[in-house]
Ligand binder design. Structure first.
Ligand code: ADP
Ligand code: MG
Length: 195
């Protein structure tokens, strides 16, 4: 599959020359000497879905550019900065950050995602403040009409109420659409944690 006419610019990657950036459940990510990153997957379940998403969102400013997809790896742009959870721990949740998160979720709708949700660890805040999604998963396959994981992350950081207050002021109709779903979800999670 995909082997015919297969050619790569990267025929001689020495991982000892690459900086380790992180690993998750599916893969391990290194920074290449040319500044791009390679994600090598050891769990293939979501690999093609992830590559498919990165192809579909090409041109969106919120996603790293995809350069190459091989058998179990992909090469994409490096994203600098901190994941949202660490960023908020350090800097708190400003109105601007909430507005930027809402813009990101609006972009999800524009891209016709059916999952309007993202985990805090998968959104990076770059040094200039721009948001980037690093690990796109299931946006075209899992239906979710409110930001469930995002809310859980904000709750754990102690800033969910601030988020909701600012959401109400910035976009009252979206607030009305989401607030009950978010509150019910968080209550459920609290009960599960008590078990
Ligand atoms: N484009 C990137 N730029 C910088 N760091 C990245 C990039 N992609 C991934 N990382 C780092 O590697 C880690 C694992 O990558 P991720 O794509 O989340 O793997 P997984 O699918 O296994 O969860 C991330 O948590 C992050 O720290
Ligand atoms: Mg991940």
């Amino acid at each position: 599959m995909g082997r015919k006419n297969y050619s790569s610019k990267y025929t001689d990657i020495d991982l000892f020359e690459c900086k380790f950036l992180g690993k998750g459940h599916n893969g391990i990510v290194y920074r290449l000497p040319d500044g791009k990153v390679i994600k090598i997957c050891y769990v293939m379940k979501d690999f093609h879905g992830e590559a498919h998403i990165l192809k579909k969102v090409r041109g969106s400013k919120y996603f790293p550019k995809l350069y190459e997809v091989g058998g179990n790896y992909m090469i994409r742009d490096y994203v600098d900065g901190l994941p949202l959870n660490k960023y908020i721990k350090k800097n708190g949740l400003s109105r601007k950050l909430v507005v930027d998160i809402l813009e990101l979720l609006k972009e999800f709708e524009r891209l016709k995602f059916i999952k309007l949700d993202i985990r805090c660890k998968d959104v990076f805040v770059e040094p200039d403040g721009r948001l980037m999604v690093i690990d796109p998963q299931k946006f075209y396959s899992k239906k979710r009409d409110f930001p469930q994981h995002l809310s859980k992350g904000l709750y754990k950081l102690g800033v969910l109420d601030d988020f909701l207050i600012i959401l109400k002021q910035e976009n009252p109709s979206l607030y009305r659409k989401w607030v009950h779903k978010i509150r019910i979800y968080i209550e459920q999670k609290k009960m599960e944690d008590d078990d």
